[in-house]
Design a protein around this ligand. Structure first.
Ligand code: SF4
Length: 384
């Protein structure tokens, strides 16, 4: 079982962001921590096995005051089985970190730090509405090392409006000058309702051509390989032994409990049909509704959906094909009690003949072309 905790607080809203994150709400951090603990107590009976990974995401968890962070970690440990956690990640924003905060997190058991760097150039950081400079990324990494963090991730975005390939190369070089263990790099997807998409729609900005974005992705693959990082998922690269276990669990459909605003949970259920059935439950995106909804009663989910065995099988394909290890025949049969070949064999062989997937060591994987066209692959794997 895995645990995700969402922190919806940010110093400023980035121009591309559609996460549940709200600036100007710092006064609600204390009641928010109390509410998280109440929610953890409410769902504690859903946690049937020790929690192996924890992820504090956001928003900006690093904005929490040190005493609140310490109290929250301690409280969660009292409520949930956190004695065997292998990996505990906290997301942080450069420009918000201090040594006492990092030391408190380390002391509480956090052993992985994920920093949002995004780009190296001041003009691109400003176009994204980020609050920090690359120099602040450097000093955050220095502080993290001082506090004893040995497992550091940086997040980058490519395919930005006006971004050149030379700038992307410079960003990659800057990131690797910091001796990181892990890199997550995503192509920009302009989201509805964001100022960045408004500017694109209004013609004030333009995205790079699809071909240029593909070239940036190829640069990423080549650069990370040269630096000794292994690609283990479409957008994720790690030194040996540093792949993010929390995300791998998610892509392998390990059950997880999500606490906080907008957090999703995947809770196993026994269905009447054979195979895996689970409940997907998503909390409200509204900070006020979350706080008031948890006052006296169980939190009202924004969405609750029972995932059928057939949908769970498709999710295995959708999530598993993102990973370089692909979808293994053995893993599929163990999860669903039915063979991969009987469900998807014909369609996979069709896709293989088009050069989009291949089979190796009893697992189906995307080819390089398949990575670019993964949506097309998934459409072909959907049930009619
Ligand atoms: S720091 Fe992250 S969560 Fe906060 S506004 Fe920026 S992108 Fe969104």
């Amino acid at each position: 079982m895995e645990l995700y905790v969402h922190f919806p607080f940010c110093a400023q809203k980035c121009r591309y962001c559609d996460f549940a994150s709200y600036p100007g709400q710092a006064h609600l951090m204390e009641p928010y921590a109390d509410t998280l603990l109440r929610e953890a107590s409410f769902f504690a009976q859903e946690v049937q096995s020790p929690i192996s990974t924890v992820y504090f995401g956001g928003g900006t968890p690093s904005l929490l005051p040190v005493p609140t962070l310490t109290r929250l970690i301690q409280g969660l440990k009292e409520i949930l089985p956190l004695g065997e956690v292998q990996e505990w990640t906290v997301e942080a924003n450069p420009g918000t970190l201090t040594l006492p905060w990092l030391e408190a997190a380390r002391q509480g058991g956090v052993n992985r730090l994920s920093l949002g760097m995004q780009a190296a150039q001041p003009r691109l950081l400003s176009l994204l509405g980020r609050i920090h400079s690359f120099q602040q990324v450097q000093s955050s990494v220095d502080l993290a090392r001082k506090a004893g963090f040995e497992n550091l991730n940086l997040d980058l975005i490519f395919g930005l409006p006006t971004q050149t390939k030379a700038e992307w190369q410079e960003t990659l070089e800057a990131a690797f000058s910091l001796d990181i263990q892990h890199l997550s790099a995503y192509g920009l997807i302009p989201e509805p309702g964001t100022p960045l998409l408004d500017d694109l729609d209004a013609g004030k900005l333009a995205l790079p051509a699809v071909e240029e974005e593909r070239e940036m992705y190829d640069m990423l693959l080549q650069f990370t390989a040269k630096q000794g990082l292994e690609q283990y998922e479409i957008s994720n690269f790690a030194r040996p032994g540093y792949a993010c276990q929390h995300n791998i669990g998610y892509w392998r459909q390990a059950p997880y409990l999500g606490l906080g605003v907008s957090a999703a949970s995947m809770l196993l259920r026994t269905g009447s049909a054979p195979g895996m059935t689970y409940l997907r439950r998503t909390n409200t995106r509204s900070l006020q509704d979350y706080l008031s909804g948890m006052q006296n009663h169980a939190p009202d989910p924004q969405e609750e959906e029972l995932i059928s065995p057939a949908d769970a099988r498709f999710e295995t394909m959708m999530l598993g094909l993102r990973m370089n290890a692909g979808v293994s025949e053995e893993g599929f049969a163990r999860l669903h009690g039915i063979s991969l070949d009987s469900c998807y064999g014909d369609r996979l062989r069709q896709l293989q003949s088009r050069g989009l997937v291949y089979q190796k060591d009893h697992a189906w994987r995307l080819t390089r072309q398949g990575m670019d066209l993964q949506n097309m692959v998934l459409v072909d794997l959907m049930d009619d």
